[in-house]
Design a protein around this ligand. Structure first.
Ligand code: HOZ
Length: 425
């Protein structure tokens, strides 16, 4: 494939935008080469600036679960845009989306809309601190909860891809209140809770991790974590920015059967427009301004275009819950196909999958936490990534990211992807 125009656009972008991108993982630094500039997309396909067609396995990093330019979402945005794009005043559609989200997700009574997953997680932690009167939080190495200061401590996703899991610019004062545990290691959490008795406001976790590849919690770990938080009076925050409205209507809480105290959302809830949200039971949400003392606000929060996209998306998912199963089946098909190919190649690998999230790791030991994910061979990953890209398959350009399948992918697309893998190694 030829990427002449993409490379020219990238060179121009680098003159005016740091690294030429507005979010680091897009820059391809982890895999080498220049990023692909996309011109348009439809369904499961991306059409780039050089005229190449690519099968898309990132779906805008999750939001486009039903594929690109999904008609009901598109029409909702167009209709709304004609009536005004932002008011800074309440609109009925915010309640419509809130009502629907609250009806789909277990254990929440109220939801507050923001503009991104970062904002959602940052606000959820502030709420947890305000509600509990405690300062410290526990996060897990390799989990990524957006780029707000408290979370850039051993963070996954682009932070680790670019070698700055502990970003300069985060003060010692902030960093000292973020305690680090290991994913799937309950003892590491217990050690922190006993060393910091009565000081921990919340544990925040990706209930299915997607920012160190896709990592699944063991039942023992996630059940034990819930029990520990309840026993110690610590709020359990599920960061469902990736999993919310993707693993099922009720997200990871429902899939794992584990209730969280606060849940954060992003991606699917905005239908491809910038929406984040955080939600909890009344007693917690009532601490939020203007009802309570914990402050949080935003000019574009509850933006009518974003709300209309989110409402159209969640309405579709609510009316067609079978879509979650269809996606999980497609992901399983891809997993089996990849397994069949890779096991003949003599390359150490692991494939992790949950619902419509999946990742391939080039290592011989099971990938269960950040340390085991980091053991993946990045040279092999680069060969894999570019080998697939050259055959029109667009995968996340980092081994520390999950793939997000979208329902526009056909079995023909999946088989083409599996066939492409045969030619890579
Ligand atoms: N941090 C996002 C993936 N976990 C990447 C977002 C983007 O580059 O668009």
């Amino acid at each position: 494939m030829i990427y002449k125009r993409s490379s020219a656009l990238f060179n121009e972008a680098k003159k005016y935008i740091p690294g030429g991108v507005n979010s680091p993982v897009r820059a391809f630094n982890a895999v080498g080469g220049d990023p692909i500039f996309v011109k348009e997309a439809k369904g499961a396909y991306l059409y780039d600036e050089d005229g190449n067609t690519l099968i898309d396995y990132i779906a805008s990093w999750g939001p486009l679960i039903l594929g690109h330019v999904y008609e009901p979402v598109l029409n909702a945005i167009i209709d709304k845009a004609k009536k005004g794009t932002s008011f800074g005043m309440p609109t009925e559609i915010e309640t419509d989306l809130a009502k629907l989200a609250v009806s789909m997700v277990p254990n929440i009574d109220k939801i507050r809309f923001v503009n991104s997953g970062t904002e959602a997680c940052m606000s959820a932690v502030r709420l947890a601190r305000g509600y509990s009167g405690k300062d410290k939080i526990i996060k897990f190495s390799g989990c990524y909860h957006g780029h707000s200061d408290s979370f850039l401590i051993q963070a996954g996703s682009g932070a680790v891809t670019f070698g700055s899991p502990n970003s300069p610019g985060v003060t010692q004062g902030t960093a000292k209140d973020t305690l680090l545990a290991n994913y799937n290691d309950l003892e590491s959490v217990k050690a922190l809770t006993s060393a910091n008795k009565g000081e921990i406001a919340a544990v925040i976790i990706e209930p299915i991790a997607g920012n160190m590849g896709c990592i699944i919690p063991t039942e023992e770990f996630i059940t034990g974590l819930r029990e520990l938080c309840t026993k110690e009076g610590i709020l359990l925050i599920f960061d469902e920015v990736m999993t919310g409205f993707r693993l099922g209507a009720g997200g990871a809480q429902e899939a794992l059967g584990i209730p969280a105290d606060i849940v954060t959302f992003g991606k699917v809830i905005g239908g491809g427009l910038p929406v984040g949200a955080f939600a909890a039971r009344n007693e917690i949400m009532n601490y939020l301004a203007p009802d309570g003392p914990v402050y949080q606000a935003g000019t574009l929060s509850g933006n009518p275009l974003a709300m209309s996209a989110g409402l159209a998306m969640l309405t579709e998912l609510n009316n067609r819950p079978e879509v979650f199963e269809s996606l999980a089946d497609k992901t399983e098909h891809l997993h089996e196909g990849f397994d069949n190919v890779l096991k003949t190649k003599g390359i150490p690998y692991q494939i992790n999958r949950y619902g419509s999230m999946i990742s391939v790791h080039f290592t011989d030991a099971p990938v269960v936490d950040f340390a085991s994910s980091a053991k993946g061979n990045n040279e092999t990953f680069k060969t894999y990534f570019h080998g697939m890209l050259n055959q029109g398959i667009y995968l996340p350009p980092s081994a520390f990211e999950s793939y997000f399948l979208n329902d526009a992918l056909s079995y023909g697309d999946l088989d083409k992807t599996i066939d492409a893998l045969k030619k890579v190694f």
